[in-house]
Design a protein around this ligand. Structure first.
Ligand code: DAH
Length: 344
Protein backbone atom coordinates (compact mmCIF):
# COMPACT_ATOMS: atom_id res chain seq x y z
CA UNK A 1 0.00 0.00 0.00
CA UNK A 2 2.74 2.48 0.92
CA UNK A 3 4.45 1.73 -2.33
CA UNK A 4 1.37 2.75 -4.22
CA UNK A 5 1.23 5.94 -2.19
CA UNK A 6 4.85 6.70 -2.96
CA UNK A 7 4.27 6.07 -6.61
CA UNK A 8 1.41 8.58 -6.62
CA UNK A 9 3.51 11.09 -4.70
CA UNK A 10 6.40 10.78 -7.16
CA UNK A 11 4.08 11.10 -10.09
CA UNK A 12 2.50 14.20 -8.50
CA UNK A 13 5.92 15.82 -7.96
CA UNK A 14 6.66 15.19 -11.59
CA UNK A 15 3.29 16.55 -12.75
CA UNK A 16 3.60 19.65 -10.57
CA UNK A 17 6.86 20.53 -12.21
CA UNK A 18 5.22 20.63 -15.59
CA UNK A 19 2.38 22.95 -14.67
CA UNK A 20 2.35 26.05 -16.88
CA UNK A 21 -1.17 27.43 -16.84
CA UNK A 22 -4.22 27.73 -14.57
CA UNK A 23 -5.85 25.09 -16.71
CA UNK A 24 -3.01 22.70 -15.88
CA UNK A 25 -3.64 23.40 -12.18
CA UNK A 26 -7.26 22.43 -12.59
CA UNK A 27 -6.39 19.25 -14.41
CA UNK A 28 -4.14 18.20 -11.53
CA UNK A 29 -6.73 19.16 -8.92
CA UNK A 30 -9.07 16.82 -10.64
CA UNK A 31 -6.47 14.08 -10.99
CA UNK A 32 -5.25 14.10 -7.36
CA UNK A 33 -7.87 15.68 -5.14
CA UNK A 34 -11.27 14.90 -6.60
CA UNK A 35 -13.55 12.11 -5.42
CA UNK A 36 -12.60 10.13 -8.47
CA UNK A 37 -8.86 10.38 -7.82
CA UNK A 38 -6.61 7.46 -7.01
CA UNK A 39 -5.97 8.96 -3.58
CA UNK A 40 -9.70 8.92 -2.86
CA UNK A 41 -10.05 5.33 -3.83
CA UNK A 42 -7.05 4.47 -1.61
CA UNK A 43 -8.65 6.19 1.35
CA UNK A 44 -11.81 4.18 0.88
CA UNK A 45 -9.67 1.07 1.45
CA UNK A 46 -8.55 2.16 4.94
CA UNK A 47 -11.41 0.46 6.83
CA UNK A 48 -10.40 -2.86 5.35
CA UNK A 49 -6.74 -2.62 6.46
CA UNK A 50 -5.40 -4.40 9.51
CA UNK A 51 -5.66 -2.14 12.56
CA UNK A 52 -1.92 -1.64 13.01
CA UNK A 53 -1.55 -0.32 9.43
CA UNK A 54 -4.58 1.93 9.47
CA UNK A 55 -3.03 4.85 11.31
CA UNK A 56 0.26 4.98 9.45
CA UNK A 57 -1.34 4.61 6.08
CA UNK A 58 -4.01 7.12 6.88
CA UNK A 59 -1.44 9.68 7.97
CA UNK A 60 0.72 9.00 4.92
CA UNK A 61 -2.23 9.48 2.65
CA UNK A 62 -3.18 12.72 4.34
CA UNK A 63 0.37 14.03 4.03
CA UNK A 64 0.47 13.38 0.30
CA UNK A 65 -2.93 15.00 -0.15
CA UNK A 66 -1.95 18.10 1.86
CA UNK A 67 1.32 18.38 0.00
CA UNK A 68 -0.38 18.28 -3.38
CA UNK A 69 -3.12 20.65 -2.29
CA UNK A 70 -0.65 23.17 -0.90
CA UNK A 71 1.53 23.05 -4.00
CA UNK A 72 -1.47 23.47 -6.25
CA UNK A 73 -2.68 26.48 -4.22
CA UNK A 74 0.72 28.09 -4.56
CA UNK A 75 0.82 27.48 -8.27
CA UNK A 76 -2.72 28.70 -8.58
CA UNK A 77 -1.86 32.01 -7.01
CA UNK A 78 1.36 32.50 -8.98
CA UNK A 79 -0.27 31.66 -12.27
CA UNK A 80 -3.32 33.77 -11.56
CA UNK A 81 -1.13 36.83 -11.02
CA UNK A 82 1.00 36.00 -14.02
CA UNK A 83 -1.99 35.61 -16.31
CA UNK A 84 -3.59 38.77 -14.94
CA UNK A 85 -0.45 40.77 -15.56
CA UNK A 86 -0.15 39.44 -19.08
CA UNK A 87 -3.77 40.38 -19.73
CA UNK A 88 -3.34 43.88 -18.34
CA UNK A 89 -0.21 44.31 -20.39
CA UNK A 90 -2.04 43.29 -23.55
CA UNK A 91 -5.07 45.50 -22.90
CA UNK A 92 -3.18 48.65 -22.11
CA UNK A 93 -5.09 51.79 -23.04
CA UNK A 94 -3.40 54.52 -24.99
CA UNK A 95 -4.37 57.53 -22.92
CA UNK A 96 -2.83 59.90 -25.45
CA UNK A 97 -5.52 59.08 -28.04
CA UNK A 98 -8.09 61.88 -28.50
CA UNK A 99 -11.45 61.16 -26.81
CA UNK A 100 -14.87 60.95 -28.42
CA UNK A 101 -16.82 64.19 -28.41
CA UNK A 102 -20.06 64.35 -26.47
CA UNK A 103 -22.97 65.78 -28.38
CA UNK A 104 -23.95 69.02 -26.71
CA UNK A 105 -27.55 70.21 -26.99
CA UNK A 106 -28.63 73.57 -28.32
CA UNK A 107 -31.50 75.93 -27.71
CA UNK A 108 -34.69 74.64 -29.28
CA UNK A 109 -36.02 77.08 -31.91
CA UNK A 110 -39.24 77.18 -29.89
CA UNK A 111 -37.36 78.75 -26.97
CA UNK A 112 -35.35 81.03 -29.25
CA UNK A 113 -38.60 82.45 -30.58
CA UNK A 114 -40.41 82.54 -27.23
CA UNK A 115 -37.56 84.42 -25.55
CA UNK A 116 -37.39 86.85 -28.46
CA UNK A 117 -41.12 87.59 -28.34
CA UNK A 118 -41.01 88.12 -24.59
CA UNK A 119 -38.01 90.38 -25.00
CA UNK A 120 -39.73 92.56 -27.59
CA UNK A 121 -42.74 93.09 -25.32
CA UNK A 122 -40.58 93.67 -22.24
CA UNK A 123 -38.89 96.50 -24.12
CA UNK A 124 -42.33 97.98 -24.81
CA UNK A 125 -42.96 98.04 -21.05
CA UNK A 126 -45.11 94.93 -20.67
CA UNK A 127 -44.96 92.81 -17.49
CA UNK A 128 -44.62 89.04 -17.86
CA UNK A 129 -47.08 86.83 -15.98
CA UNK A 130 -47.55 83.09 -15.81
CA UNK A 131 -50.66 81.21 -14.84
CA UNK A 132 -51.80 77.67 -14.04
CA UNK A 133 -52.13 75.07 -16.80
CA UNK A 134 -54.83 73.27 -14.81
CA UNK A 135 -57.56 75.88 -14.86
CA UNK A 136 -61.14 76.26 -13.75
CA UNK A 137 -64.03 76.62 -16.15
CA UNK A 138 -64.55 80.05 -14.63
CA UNK A 139 -61.24 81.55 -15.80
CA UNK A 140 -60.87 79.59 -19.02
CA UNK A 141 -64.41 80.37 -20.22
CA UNK A 142 -66.95 82.14 -18.03
CA UNK A 143 -65.00 85.28 -17.14
CA UNK A 144 -64.06 85.56 -20.82
CA UNK A 145 -67.71 86.04 -21.69
CA UNK A 146 -68.15 82.38 -22.68
CA UNK A 147 -71.04 80.99 -20.57
CA UNK A 148 -71.69 77.22 -20.27
CA UNK A 149 -73.87 76.82 -23.37
CA UNK A 150 -71.95 79.26 -25.57
CA UNK A 151 -71.40 77.84 -29.08
CA UNK A 152 -67.80 79.11 -29.19
CA UNK A 153 -66.86 76.43 -26.65
CA UNK A 154 -67.01 74.02 -29.58
CA UNK A 155 -64.12 75.88 -31.23
CA UNK A 156 -61.84 74.64 -28.49
CA UNK A 157 -62.15 70.93 -27.83
CA UNK A 158 -61.27 70.72 -24.17
CA UNK A 159 -59.52 68.19 -21.92
CA UNK A 160 -61.74 68.11 -18.81
CA UNK A 161 -60.30 66.77 -15.55
CA UNK A 162 -63.52 67.24 -13.57
CA UNK A 163 -66.75 69.09 -14.31
CA UNK A 164 -65.25 72.49 -13.63
CA UNK A 165 -61.57 71.68 -13.91
CA UNK A 166 -59.72 71.49 -17.20
CA UNK A 167 -56.40 71.90 -18.99
CA UNK A 168 -56.50 75.49 -20.20
CA UNK A 169 -57.29 75.79 -23.88
CA UNK A 170 -55.94 79.33 -24.14
CA UNK A 171 -53.64 81.65 -22.24
CA UNK A 172 -56.60 84.09 -22.32
CA UNK A 173 -57.46 82.32 -19.06
CA UNK A 174 -54.88 84.61 -17.45
CA UNK A 175 -56.77 87.77 -18.41
CA UNK A 176 -59.29 87.69 -15.54
CA UNK A 177 -56.70 86.36 -13.06
CA UNK A 178 -54.40 89.25 -13.85
CA UNK A 179 -57.12 91.88 -13.74
CA UNK A 180 -58.19 90.61 -10.30
CA UNK A 181 -54.60 90.91 -9.12
CA UNK A 182 -54.27 94.48 -10.42
CA UNK A 183 -57.43 95.54 -8.57
CA UNK A 184 -58.61 98.20 -11.01
CA UNK A 185 -55.14 99.61 -11.84
CA UNK A 186 -53.96 100.08 -15.46
CA UNK A 187 -51.35 97.64 -16.80
CA UNK A 188 -49.70 96.03 -19.81
CA UNK A 189 -49.01 92.32 -19.52
CA UNK A 190 -48.06 89.32 -21.57
CA UNK A 191 -48.49 85.72 -20.49
CA UNK A 192 -46.58 82.97 -22.27
CA UNK A 193 -47.51 79.37 -21.50
CA UNK A 194 -48.66 75.93 -22.47
CA UNK A 195 -52.19 75.27 -23.67
CA UNK A 196 -54.03 72.06 -24.51
CA UNK A 197 -56.75 71.00 -26.93
CA UNK A 198 -58.10 67.64 -28.00
CA UNK A 199 -56.60 67.83 -31.48
CA UNK A 200 -55.15 64.93 -33.42
CA UNK A 201 -51.44 65.55 -33.85
CA UNK A 202 -50.24 66.15 -37.39
CA UNK A 203 -47.80 68.46 -39.19
CA UNK A 204 -49.71 71.59 -38.16
CA UNK A 205 -51.59 70.50 -35.01
CA UNK A 206 -50.51 69.38 -31.58
CA UNK A 207 -52.66 68.57 -28.54
CA UNK A 208 -50.19 70.60 -26.51
CA UNK A 209 -48.94 73.91 -27.83
CA UNK A 210 -48.06 77.34 -26.49
CA UNK A 211 -49.48 80.78 -26.71
CA UNK A 212 -48.57 84.27 -25.67
CA UNK A 213 -51.44 86.35 -24.42
CA UNK A 214 -51.26 90.12 -24.37
CA UNK A 215 -53.54 92.39 -22.40
CA UNK A 216 -53.42 96.16 -22.02
CA UNK A 217 -55.96 98.00 -19.86
CA UNK A 218 -55.98 101.74 -19.25
CA UNK A 219 -58.03 104.84 -19.94
CA UNK A 220 -58.39 105.76 -23.64
CA UNK A 221 -56.99 102.55 -25.10
CA UNK A 222 -58.18 102.11 -28.67
CA UNK A 223 -57.79 100.00 -31.77
CA UNK A 224 -54.95 102.19 -33.08
CA UNK A 225 -52.91 101.22 -30.01
CA UNK A 226 -53.47 97.54 -30.76
CA UNK A 227 -52.46 97.98 -34.38
CA UNK A 228 -49.35 100.03 -33.58
CA UNK A 229 -48.20 97.60 -30.87
CA UNK A 230 -48.56 94.55 -33.10
CA UNK A 231 -47.04 96.28 -36.10
CA UNK A 232 -43.97 97.09 -34.04
CA UNK A 233 -43.84 93.53 -32.76
CA UNK A 234 -44.08 92.04 -36.27
CA UNK A 235 -41.34 94.28 -37.65
CA UNK A 236 -39.01 93.43 -34.77
CA UNK A 237 -39.78 89.74 -35.03
CA UNK A 238 -39.95 89.19 -38.77
CA UNK A 239 -38.12 92.19 -40.24
CA UNK A 240 -38.81 95.82 -41.19
CA UNK A 241 -40.25 94.89 -44.58
CA UNK A 242 -43.18 92.93 -43.19
CA UNK A 243 -46.61 94.56 -43.05
CA UNK A 244 -49.68 93.57 -41.10
CA UNK A 245 -53.30 93.42 -42.16
CA UNK A 246 -56.29 93.43 -39.84
CA UNK A 247 -59.34 91.37 -40.82
CA UNK A 248 -62.57 91.51 -38.92
CA UNK A 249 -63.25 88.37 -36.90
CA UNK A 250 -65.09 87.09 -33.84
CA UNK A 251 -63.95 86.17 -30.34
CA UNK A 252 -66.40 86.23 -27.43
CA UNK A 253 -64.00 88.22 -25.22
CA UNK A 254 -63.21 91.03 -27.67
CA UNK A 255 -65.45 93.51 -29.46
CA UNK A 256 -64.59 94.35 -32.15
CA UNK A 257 -62.37 91.33 -32.87
CA UNK A 258 -59.70 91.04 -35.52
CA UNK A 259 -57.42 88.50 -37.03
CA UNK A 260 -54.00 89.82 -37.88
CA UNK A 261 -52.01 88.65 -40.88
CA UNK A 262 -48.39 89.36 -41.81
CA UNK A 263 -47.24 89.83 -45.36
CA UNK A 264 -45.72 86.62 -46.73
CA UNK A 265 -41.95 86.35 -46.45
CA UNK A 266 -41.62 84.36 -49.65
CA UNK A 267 -43.47 86.68 -52.03
CA UNK A 268 -43.70 89.94 -50.05
CA UNK A 269 -47.48 90.09 -50.49
CA UNK A 270 -47.91 89.18 -54.16
CA UNK A 271 -49.23 85.68 -53.52
CA UNK A 272 -47.36 82.36 -53.71
CA UNK A 273 -47.66 78.71 -52.64
CA UNK A 274 -46.47 79.50 -49.12
CA UNK A 275 -49.34 81.93 -48.47
CA UNK A 276 -51.73 80.00 -50.68
CA UNK A 277 -51.90 82.89 -53.12
CA UNK A 278 -53.23 85.41 -50.59
CA UNK A 279 -49.97 87.29 -49.97
CA UNK A 280 -50.65 87.16 -46.24
CA UNK A 281 -50.32 84.62 -43.41
CA UNK A 282 -52.48 84.69 -40.28
CA UNK A 283 -50.53 84.86 -37.02
CA UNK A 284 -52.63 86.52 -34.34
CA UNK A 285 -56.08 86.99 -32.90
CA UNK A 286 -57.00 90.11 -30.99
CA UNK A 287 -59.39 92.95 -30.42
CA UNK A 288 -60.78 95.44 -27.92
CA UNK A 289 -61.57 93.81 -24.58
CA UNK A 290 -65.31 93.17 -24.33
CA UNK A 291 -67.00 95.47 -21.73
CA UNK A 292 -68.45 92.36 -20.00
CA UNK A 293 -64.94 90.97 -19.49
CA UNK A 294 -63.72 94.24 -17.97
CA UNK A 295 -66.78 94.52 -15.74
CA UNK A 296 -66.60 90.93 -14.46
CA UNK A 297 -62.98 91.49 -13.38
CA UNK A 298 -63.54 94.77 -11.59
CA UNK A 299 -62.87 97.42 -14.25
CA UNK A 300 -65.59 99.94 -15.13
CA UNK A 301 -65.91 99.80 -18.95
CA UNK A 302 -67.15 103.39 -18.97
CA UNK A 303 -63.78 104.51 -17.62
CA UNK A 304 -61.37 101.83 -18.78
CA UNK A 305 -60.83 100.14 -22.11
CA UNK A 306 -58.27 97.64 -23.26
CA UNK A 307 -56.94 95.55 -26.06
CA UNK A 308 -55.96 91.89 -26.04
CA UNK A 309 -54.25 89.54 -28.39
CA UNK A 310 -53.09 85.95 -28.53
CA UNK A 311 -50.55 84.22 -30.71
CA UNK A 312 -49.27 80.68 -31.07
CA UNK A 313 -45.55 80.48 -30.29
CA UNK A 314 -44.94 77.32 -32.33
CA UNK A 315 -46.62 78.89 -35.33
CA UNK A 316 -44.27 81.87 -35.16
CA UNK A 317 -41.28 79.49 -34.90
CA UNK A 318 -42.45 77.49 -37.93
CA UNK A 319 -42.94 80.66 -40.00
CA UNK A 320 -39.75 82.27 -38.84
CA UNK A 321 -37.53 79.31 -39.71
CA UNK A 322 -39.55 77.71 -42.49
CA UNK A 323 -40.05 74.50 -40.48
CA UNK A 324 -42.62 72.22 -42.12
CA UNK A 325 -43.76 70.08 -39.16
CA UNK A 326 -44.71 71.30 -35.66
CA UNK A 327 -43.74 67.90 -34.19
CA UNK A 328 -40.07 68.59 -34.95
CA UNK A 329 -40.17 71.22 -32.20
CA UNK A 330 -41.05 68.60 -29.58
CA UNK A 331 -38.90 65.59 -30.46
CA UNK A 332 -35.60 67.25 -29.54
CA UNK A 333 -33.56 65.59 -32.27
CA UNK A 334 -30.16 67.27 -31.84
CA UNK A 335 -29.52 67.14 -35.60
CA UNK A 336 -32.59 69.34 -36.06
CA UNK A 337 -31.95 71.63 -33.11
CA UNK A 338 -28.34 72.34 -34.07
CA UNK A 339 -29.41 73.98 -37.32
CA UNK A 340 -30.66 77.00 -35.39
CA UNK A 341 -27.63 77.48 -33.19
CA UNK A 342 -25.90 80.31 -35.01
CA UNK A 343 -28.99 82.24 -35.89
CA UNK A 344 -29.70 83.30 -32.31
N1 DAH B 1 -57.54 82.78 -27.20
C1 DAH B 1 -57.65 82.84 -28.65
C2 DAH B 1 -57.41 81.45 -29.21
O1 DAH B 1 -56.83 80.64 -28.54
C3 DAH B 1 -56.67 83.81 -29.20
C4 DAH B 1 -57.04 85.18 -28.86
C5 DAH B 1 -57.88 85.91 -29.69
C6 DAH B 1 -56.59 85.79 -27.71
C7 DAH B 1 -58.27 87.18 -29.41
C8 DAH B 1 -56.97 87.07 -27.39
C9 DAH B 1 -57.82 87.75 -28.26
O2 DAH B 1 -56.61 87.71 -26.29
O3 DAH B 1 -58.19 89.03 -27.96
O4 DAH B 1 -57.78 81.20 -30.31
Amino acid sequence: MNEKLEQIYNQAVQDLKEVKTLDDVNVLKNKYLSKKSELSSLSSLIPSLPNEEKKEFGQGLQKVKSFISLELDKLNQQLYLKELNEKLEKEQIDITLPGRNNIVGAKNPYYIVKDEIVDIFLKMGFEVAEGPEVETDLYNFELLNIPKDHPSRDMQDTFYLEDDLLLRTQTSAMQARFMEMKKGQPFKMICPGKTYRRDDDDATHSHQFSQIEGLVVDKNINMANLKATLELFVKKMFGEKRNIRLRSSYFPFTEPSVEIDISCASCGGKGCAMCKGSGYIEILGGGMVHPNVLRMSGYDPDIYSGFAFGLGIERVALLRYGIDDIRKLFTNDVRFIHQFKKRT
